[in-house]
Write a protein that binds this ligand. Structure first.
Ligand SMILES: NC(=O)c1ccc[n+]([C@@H]2O[C@H](COP(=O)([O-])OP(=O)(O)OC[C@H]3O[C@@H](n4cnc5c(N)ncnc54)[C@H](OP(=O)(O)O)[C@@H]3O)[C@@H](O)[C@H]2O)c1
Length: 343
C-alpha cells in the first residue's frame, strides 16, 4: 500500500550525534521517515522544547530516562498535519490537524516526524499549533498538578517561575477559578510575559499581582499589595531562596505543592514549618502516572475553552540550540517551541 511519501524525499531535521552542549544540535538534510503499522507521518508545524530535552541532550537525565542511542532527533511534543499514514491506519486521517506526545521515541525537531496514530488528538478548531504543543506535555502536567491543588475562589496562590511553561499555565488555571495569583518572575525581561497572563485566558476571573523575585523586598511588597492577607497555596517549581521566602510568606493551613527545582535547589521545608503553620504538602509528580491521555484531553480543552492561553516562545528549527540555551540560561518566556516552517 502506498504511504503517500515518495522515496528519496528529504527533509531538514536536528540531528544529535553526541551528548554535550547545545552546539551538538545540528541541522541536517535526512530522509523523510515512512510510517509503519499503527503510525502516521506528521508535517510538523510546531515542536515543543522541554527542560528534559536539555537533560537528554547533555546525557544527564535521571534513571527513569535512559540515555538514547545516537544519532537521534530530539522532540517529544509535536503538532501539525497528517501527511501520510501507515499500512493499517485509516486514510481519513490524511490532512488532519493533530497534536501528539510521542514520548521517548522523540523525533519532533524536524520538518516531518512519525507519531503513533493512537497518540494523536485532533486539534480543536482555531487552536494554533504552538499552543496545542504547550498543552500536550506541559499542559497535561499542569492538569495533574491542578488535581492535587483544587483551587478555590478565595485562594491566594503564589507561583514562583510564573514566566515558565508550567508556571504560566498554572497561573491561568488558578485565575480561571477566581483565585488571586501572586506571579513571581525573574527580572525585568520576564515582566511582560507574566503581566499578559491575566489577559491571555478568556475566562480569567481572578486577580493577579506580579512581582520581580530578583528584588529581595518582594515579600514585603506582596504583603502591602495583599493588604496583609497571606497566600493559602504555594506551587513551587523553582526552590532555592525564592521558594524558601515563599514558604515563609504562607498563612496557616496553606497547601504547598512542590513540582520541581529550576534553581537547582529543592525548596527547604521542615517539620517545624509544617507544624507551626499547619501546612499540607503534596508532591504530585512523584507518584505513578495516571491516565496521561485523559490529562492531555483536559489540557487541550482548557485552551479551547479559554481557561489557559499558554504564552509561547518561538524559535526556528535551525535555531534549536538557541532554544535550549534559553531554557538553560533562564531566558525562556512561556513554553519554548520550534516552528519548522519559519517565524
Ligand atoms: N513542564 C513539565 O511538564 C514538567 C513536568 C515535571 C516537572 N516539571 C518541573 O516544573 C518546573 C517548571 O517547569 P517548566 O517546564 O515550567 O520549566 P521552564 O519553562 O524552564 O520554566 C522554569 C522557570 O523557573 C524559573 N527559574 C528560577 N530560577 C531559575 C534558574 N536558576 N534556572 C532556570 N529557571 C529558573 C524561571 O522563571 P524566572 O526566570 O522568571 O524566575 C523559568 O521560567 C521545573 O522544575 C520542572 O523540572 C515540569
Amino acid at each position: 500500500m502506498s504511504t503517500g511519501v515518495e522515496e528519496e524525499r528529504t527533509m531538514r531535521a536536528i540531528v544529535q550525534r553526541e551528548f554535550g552542549a547545545s552546539a551538538v544540535l545540528k541541522i541536517e538534510e535526512v530522509a523523510v521517515p515512512e510510517p509503519g503499522d499503527g503510525e502516521v507521518l506528521v508535517r510538523v508545524a510546531a515542536a515543543g522544547v522541554h527542560a528534559v530535552d536539555t537533560d537528554i541532550r547533555r546525557g544527564e537525565g535521571p534513571p527513569s530516562m535512559p540515555k538514547p542511542p545516537l544519532p537521534m532527533t530530539p522532540g517529544r511534543e509535536v503538532a501539525g498535519t497528517v501527511e501520510a499514514v501507515g499500512p493499517d491506519v485509516d486514510a481519513a486521517l490524511l490532512g488532519a490537524r493533530v497534536v501528539a506526545h510521542v514520548g521517548f521515541r522523540s523525533g519532533g525537531y524536524a520538518e516531518f516526524t512519525i507519531a503513533p496514530a493512537a497518540a494523536l488528538h485532533a486539534l480543536p478548531v482555531g487552536m494554533p499549533f504552538p499552543q496545542a504543543v504547550a498543552a500536550i506535555g506541559t499542559g497535561r502536567t499542569a492538569q495533574l498538578v491542578l488535581d492535587s491543588v483544587e483551587f478555590r475562589p478565595d485562594d491566594v496562590v503564589i507561583i514562583p517561575g510564573a514566566s515558565g511553561g508550567l508556571g504560566s499555565q498554572l497561573a491561568q488555571l488558578a485565575l480561571s477559578e477566581g483565585a488571586t495569583v501572586v506571579a513571581l518572575y525573574g527580572g525585568e525581561a520576564k515582566r511582560a510575559v507574566v503581566e499578559q497572563l491575566a489577559h491571555g485566558g478568556r475566562r480569567s476571573a481572578g486577580r493577579m499581582l506580579t512581582l520581580d523575585a530578583t528584588d529581595d523586598a518582594w515579600p514585603e511588597r506582596m504583603t502591602e499589595l495583599l493588604d496583609g492577607a497571606q497566600p493559602s497555596v504555594l506551587i513551587d517549581g523553582v526552590g532555592g531562596a525564592t521558594g524558601r521566602a515563599a514558604v515563609e510568606s504562607l498563612g496557616r493551613g496553606a497547601r504547598v505543592v512542590i513540582i520541581g527545582w529550576s534553581s537547582g535547589e529543592i525548596v527547604r521545608l521542615d517539620s517545624a514549618d509544617i507544624v507551626e503553620r499547619s501546612l499540607t504538602v503534596a508532591v504530585p509528580l512523584g507518584r505513578a502516572l495516571p491516565d496521561l491521555r485523559a490529562l492531555e484531553t483536559r489540557a487541550l480543552a482548557a485552551v479551547a475553552e479559554g481557561r489557559t492561553a499558554p504564552p509561547v516562545d518561538e524559535y526556528r528549527l535551525d535555531d534549536a540550540a538557541s532554544a535550549h540555551d534559553a531554557i538553560e540560561q533562564r531566558r525562556q518566556r512561556g513554553k519554548v517551541v520550534l516552528v519548522p516552517s519559519g517565524l
